[in-house]
Design a protein around this ligand. Structure first.
Ligand SMILES: *Cc1c(COP(=O)(O)O)cnc(C)c1O
Length: 379
């Protein structure tokens, strides 16, 4: 049976060659020559003053909140319909995540919901570019400015997406990227913090390396100045092996995103007349990075049964992402009905750059049959 995986990382010969170079350089650890060039390339690509390469996006979010001075007891408003990394990061610093509901059509945070949740203890907002779809930053920036809040963009899934002509990752004063194996550009694990504020970048870089200046740089100083620890930092460095892979991947984003875009366009055609699913709608002022392709199923469809059929036929699928407020760890009594509904009804079908036309046709064929079999469609 031809398996059609839900995800597939496009890593190949060019990335292998870049890794081989790191091996011969003798410096595979973090904050070395590759990491430095990667940071310069990221700063240039996004037009920001500071880019810090880190081990993953969760680490970037943690460092962002530390650098922004979030304190225990502070409240941070977070988008609800997402992988829960933003709310986790809020908890890492002892603050309280407050969950904001999302737009039904885009799955991105609803600016009005954010405005309604601002209270005396609110210090900031973390918006999410949901599975690659940028949120409403024009409105979010106005709200952040009006109430004096920080705004962080979680662009983990959104490398290559745009909003009003600007790249996702440069839509808020601080942004975090992920280079996890399931995202559009990857080094297996990896992440970056991007910011317009050089001091904030310096703070994050210091805390990403146990609270001392880069070891690689110190070894080149003449004399023997003993580095001092000025922060209880973490080890959130990105290895130079990963940095080298990422430099290749970032150079390939147009090529890889073009292929994901073609997949999305073909799915939309193949499913246009299927009344039991709604395909993703992208507002005209933004473009999608297509980290995932989420269908919203009609309420009459038994999603678990459809998913079981797909998987039995070798087609990868998933529930999409999470309604964070429903995760037991947060013990919240908040309600976000739109997010909860998407969490119930969305279905992720295969999305990556290596899907063939035949595979797309097979996915939609099997899906249509499964939808027929598992819906309470009235005759
Ligand atoms: C994947 C993801 C993360 C976590 O990224 P890591 O690099 O795995 O830490 C954070 N936020 C969102 C929205 C994500 O989708």
């Amino acid at each position: 049976m031809d398996m059609v995986p839900l995800v597939h990382a496009s890593l190949g010969e060019q990335e292998l060659a870049a890794v081989a170079e790191v091996f011969s350089s003798g410096w595979p650890a973090g904050q070395g020559p590759q990491g430095k060039v990667l940071e310069a390339e990221l700063a240039d690509r996004y037009g920001v003053a500071g880019a810090v390469a880190v081990s993953n996006c969760g680490a970037a979010l943690h460092l962002a909140l530390l650098a922004l001075g979030v304190k225990p007891g502070d409240e941070v408003i977070v988008a609800d319909y997402t992988f829960p990394a933003p709310a986790h990061a809020v908890r890492y610093v002892g603050a309280v995540p407050v969950f904001a509901d999302v737009r039904a059509d885009t799955g991105t945070v609803d600016p009005q919901a954010v405005a309604d949740l601002v209270g005396p203890r609110t210090v900031g907002v973390i918006a999410v570019d949901t599975v690659g779809m940028p949120a409403d930053y024009a409105e979010l920036r106005l709200i952040a400015d009006r109430y004096g809040l920080f705004l962080v963009e979680d662009a983990a899934c959104a490398v290559g997406a745009t909003y009003q002509g600007r790249p996702a990752g440069a839509l808020a004063p601080v942004a975090c990227l992920s280079f996890h194996g399931r995202k559009g550009a990857t080094s297996g694990e990896g992440g970056a913090l991007l910011t317009a504020d050089p001091a904030l970048a310096a703070d994050a870089r210091l805390r990403s390396s146990f609270g001392i200046e880069p070891i690689f740089d110190q070894a080149r100083v003449v004399g023997l100045p003993i580095p001092v620890f000025t922060e209880i930092g973490y080890n959130y460095k990105l290895s130079d092996i990963a940095a080298a892979i990422l430099r290749v991947q970032l150079g390939r984003t147009d090529e890889l995103l073009d292929r994901r875009r073609a997949v999305a366009a073909r799915y939309a055609e193949l499913l246009a007349d299927e009344e039991l699913v709604t395909v993703p709608q992208v507002p005209s002022d933004r473009t999608h990075a297509w980290q995932s392709y989420l269908l919203t199923l009609d309420p009459r469809v038994d999603r678990a049964a459809v998913a079981a059929d797909l998987r039995t036929r070798g087609i990868g699928c998933g529930h999409g992402t999470w309604a964070c407020h429903l995760q037991p760890v947060y013990e919240t009594k908040q309600s976000c009905p739109v997010s909860a509904d998407l969490f119930q009804r969305n279905l992720a079908i295969p999305m990556h750059a290596e899907l063939s036309t035949d595979q797309l046709e097979r996915v939609t064929e099997v899906l249509r049959t499964a939808l027929q079999a598992h819906s309470r469609r009235t005759a």
